[in-house]
Design a protein around this ligand. Structure first.
Ligand SMILES: *[C@@H]1O[C@H](CO)[C@@H](O)[C@H](O)[C@H]1NC(C)=O
Length: 292
């Protein structure tokens, strides 16, 4: 997850791993806001996926991106059989023009991605310098899956925490009607929360997209990345928020992950030959709210 704006005055409030603070709404991104204030990146997929990211004009013309009201749909081409030596499947990658440091971001999704329908979601950090997370941490509900965050020494797999609930991603997430992810980034820690759509414990400031949020009321996060083994305040620059839909590549295309999920063939051959398999693989974003 990636994402928001800085207020130095917040830093003195965010002491302690689960300190929390009050943040005010900086920007709401809903529907056509994504067309106006985000960039469509027609670049080579940094994760080596079997995709061909297209520009905004192409995405709109081919209806790979559809924005209306409180809906943003992003999908990949689901009609073209690809040739083995040609470009990958047309898809989209969008990036917020704004960058953020200390901030809270709330994502409200109707549907969400992952790999090969495998839940739960994994929340990970990928850092270009020495950085790790403690091997045990009682300030989170998730399960640690990897502790080394340094992309130079871990093959860019990142350090990760798995969401304890299967409805955090995939068919179970979608059948629950989606849900909210939220991240709080400070110089002392990064916390990530998840609430499924019908979770009665979702804080009202989250579910109502309130004009301010108080993270100290949000309970124990799914993932807590403290600065004990990683200088959170210095190893991250300002971040953009990015959504993409990639196929195969460094994560889903790794042969063990792909075949473990019970998938046929090789990932690239399957993507090339089965366009209709991707009709249901799309983002349905209700809104992204950034607080600073
Ligand atoms: C484009 O996609 C949207 C969302 O799935 C759909 O409602 C709409 O009918 C599509 N438009 C066309 C021209 O296919």
């Amino acid at each position: 997850m990636r994402s928001a704006t800085s207020l130095l005055t917040l830093l003195s409030l965010t002491v302690g791993v689960l300190g929390g603070a009050v943040y005010d709404l900086d920007t709401s991104y809903v529907g056509t806001d994504f067309l106006d204030t985000w960039s469509f990146e027609a670049i080579t997929d940094p994760t080596g996926g079997r995709v061909n990211y297209v520009d905004q004009a192409t995405a709109l013309a081919d209806n790979l991106t559809y924005a209306s009201g409180d809906t943003l749909i992003m999908r990949c081409d689901d009609t073209t059989v690809l040739t083995a030596d040609g470009p990958g499947r047309n898809s989209v990658r969008i990036k917020s023009n704004a960058q953020y440091t200390t901030h809270v971001v709330v994502w409200f999704f109707y549907r969400i991605e992952g790999v090969n329908d495998v839940s739960p979601n994994t929340i990970s950090l990928h850092v270009g310098s020495t950085c790790s997370i403690p091997s045990s941490n009682s300030d989170q509900t998730g399960t640690i899956s990897a502790t080394n965050c340094d992309v130079n020494t871990d093959g860019n797999s990142g350090c990760g925490v798995q969401n304890p609930t299967s409805n955090s991603y995939g068919p179970d997430f979608n059948s629950a009607g989606g849900g909210w992810y939220a991240m709080e980034r400070t110089t002392s820690y990064i916390n990530v929360w998840f609430w499924t759509r019908d979770d009665s414990s979702v804080p009202s400031d989250v579910s109502s997209a309130a004009s301010s949020v108080d993270t100290s009321n949000w309970g124990t996060p799914v993932a807590n990345f403290p600065n004990t083994d990683c200088d959170i305040g210095s190893v991250f620059g300002a971040n953009n928020i990015i959504f993409d839909l990639t196929l195969c590549g460094d994560w889903a295309g790794v042969s063990s992950i792909y075949s473990d999920a019970g998938c046929p063939d090789t990932c690239v051959d399957y993507v090339n030959e089965n366009p209709s398999a991707f009709s249901e693989a799309y983002w349905d974003v209700a809104g992204v709210y950034v607080y600073t």
